[in-house]
Design a protein around this ligand. Structure first.
Ligand SMILES: Nc1ncnc2c1ncn2[C@@H]1O[C@H](COP(=O)(O)OP(=O)(O)O)[C@@H](O)[C@H]1O
Ligand SMILES: O=P(O)(O)OC[C@H](O)CO
Length: 500
């Protein structure tokens, strides 16, 4: 086993990544490529599924070559993915019928409103989710209703729906498998998290025919092998997990009450609640953390839609930095944001507001405000949003967090992590491997093929790299959080003309 490796495919919102891990959980080779974001209308976000597949298989080859190994050296492949992003393809040709509708896309917000009074409670009771355009179900309905002929073809069994994990497995196996795992299924509004099955009542409510659905499997098991000729050897595909759940696994948050926050495009805080699907009283989500041997572990989740993406906006939209990493140096040129607050509600607000009509705003600007203050306000905004998640999570779970494990591309920003610890009043801990999403997928796959024997092996591998201790006074923290909530109130309900 020691000369074998695990390949993790991490298909994120902004880039496709592949990482080769060894038995100690060290990274041996990485491949990464950004791909195009399509914004056909305000609030709409799409991906070209063919580009997702071509970049993903390209970076897989790149990671193998950077690690200096061949596919025949792999014990297994694990898959992790941006969740909720919705795709329908033709079963016969494998061609997508439309671009994938990305999780951030708000096009179904009006439809959600129209069924809210009647169905929100049923949907929440069965799926653990809030009725919101974020999740796959209403996006599937939109595709079936808006792509000419789609609904008739779906009824005839000609079309397949999948989240990105399903799409990757379908392509990796040369069209043989149409599956997903319980974590990804739990983000669709169509899957009952208590029974572990697609639910007829939910399918009826959202008008989705059963014929398009993938089979739901464990997060860790051998599903099949890569198609001959694809990678040079037929490798077992043995793990699937939504990226936030995979990160929770990779952070070894394996016991009740342990939590992590991932700073990628968005921010996602998950707390392990073991076998109990804790219903949220504070607008968090109840979700499947992983399913091993038919047994589901659950988590409470807080989802923030714009995290690191606010930094991309400063880079690509405002051009005040040339690369994401430059933001820290720019923000450090000032001691504080001097009262400027930026609410990056670019695609509405997720937890704990679930306001599809909120839009971004910046308050507290004076004649002395510079791009450095804005940069600092952007980083602080990510931390404020995460602090609101923690507040809700502590209320829901009754657990006072002792520490928060962090990861994701933007967690490398020390200034932001220090501010996060300050505003939470809880130590923030960054592990040695911050690519915990990919690592989690590798662990899921490795467990299925005996590369790692048990979750204990995994817990032992987790290593702290850097700890950020809170330094802010309680009084200052309270003052800033109050201000933040005031700024959020300014951003809310902006796009909703119905009351004017
Ligand atoms: N040093 C940094 N400071 C702040 N944000 C950063 C930094 N480096 C990267 N980011 C942000 O992190 C995000 C990328 O993180 P990643 O985990 O790769 O995201 P995803 O999986 O969502 O594609 C981008 O939105 C980028 O702007
Ligand atoms: O691509 P990421 O890492 O921002 O993750 C996206 C989430 O899975 C959306 O729910």
């Amino acid at each position: 086993m020691s000369d074998q490796y695990i390949l993790a495919l991490d298909q994120g919102t902004t880039s496709s990544r592949a990482i080769v891990f060894d038995h100690q959980g060290n990274m041996k080779g990485v491949g990464q490529q950004e791909f195009r974001q399509h914004f056909p209308k305000p609030g709409w976000v799409e991906h070209d599924a063919n580009e997702i597949w071509s970049t993903q298989i390209g970076v897989a080859q790149q990671a193998l070559s950077n690690a200096g190994i061949r596919a025949s050296d792999l014990a297994a492949i694990g898959i992790t993915n941006q969740r909720e992003t919705t795709l329908i393809w033709d079963r016969a040709t494998g061609k997508p019928i439309h671009h994938a509708i990305v999780w951030q896309d708000r096009r179904t917000a009006g439809y959600c409103d129209s069924i809210r009074d009647q169905y929100a409670k049923t949907l929440q009771d069965k799926t653990g989710l809030v009725l919101d355009a974020y999740f796959s179900g209403t996006k599937v309905k939109w595709l079936l209703d808006n792509v000419p002929g789609a609904r008739e073809r779906a009824e005839k069994g000609e079309l397949a729906f999948g989240t990105i994990d399903s799409w990757l497995v379908y392509n990796l196996t040369g069209g043989e498998l149409h599956i997903t795992d319980a974590t990804n299924a739990s983000r669709t509004l169509l899957y009952n998290i208590h029974t572990g099955e697609w639910d007829d009542e939910l399918l009826r409510i959202l008008d989705v025919p059963r014929s398009v659905l993938p089979e739901v499997r464990n997060s860790s098991e051998v599903y099949g092998k890569t198609a001959a000729g694809l990678l040079g050897a037929q490798v077992p595909i043995a793990g699937i997990g939504g990226d936030q759940q995979a990160a929770t696994f990779g952070q070894a948050c394996l016991e009740r009450g342990m939590a992590k926050n991932t700073y990628g495009t968005g921010c996602f805080m998950l707390m392990n609640t073991e076998g109990e699907a804790v219903p949220s009283q504070n607008k968090l989500l109840t979700t499947v953390a992983w399913q091993l041997d038919g047994e589901r572990t659950y988590a409470l989740e807080g989802s923030v839609f714009i995290g690191g993406a606010v930094v991309q906006w400063l880079r690509d939209g405002l051009n005040i930095i040339r690369s994401s990493t430059e933001i820290e140096a720019l923000a450090r040129t000032v001691d504080s944001s001097e009262g400027v607050m930026l609410v990056p509600a670019f695609v509405g607000l997720g937890a704990p507001y679930w306001d599809a009509y909120a839009r971004g705003t910046m308050v507290g600007i004076t004649r002395g405000t510079t791009k450095a203050h804005i940069a600092r306000a952007a980083l602080e905004a990510v931390a404020y949003q995460s602090a609101e998640l923690l507040e809700a999570m502590q209320k829901d779970s009754g657990v006072q967090l002792k520490e928060l494990r962090v990861d994701g591309g933007a967690s490398t920003n020390d200034l932001m992590m220090q501010f996060q610890a300050d505003i939470l009043g809880v130590p923030v801990i960054r592990p040695k491997v911050t690519e915990t999403t990919a690592l989690g997928a590798a662990y899921l796959a490795g467990l299925a093929v005996g590369y790692w024997k048990s979750t204990d092996d995994i817990a032992h591998q987790w290593q702290e790299d850097k700890r950020f201790e809170p330094q802010m006074s309680e009084e200052e923290r309270t003052r800033l959080m109050r201000r933040w909530k005031k700024a959020v109130a300014r951003a809310r309900d902006w796009e909703n003309d119905s009351e004017e």
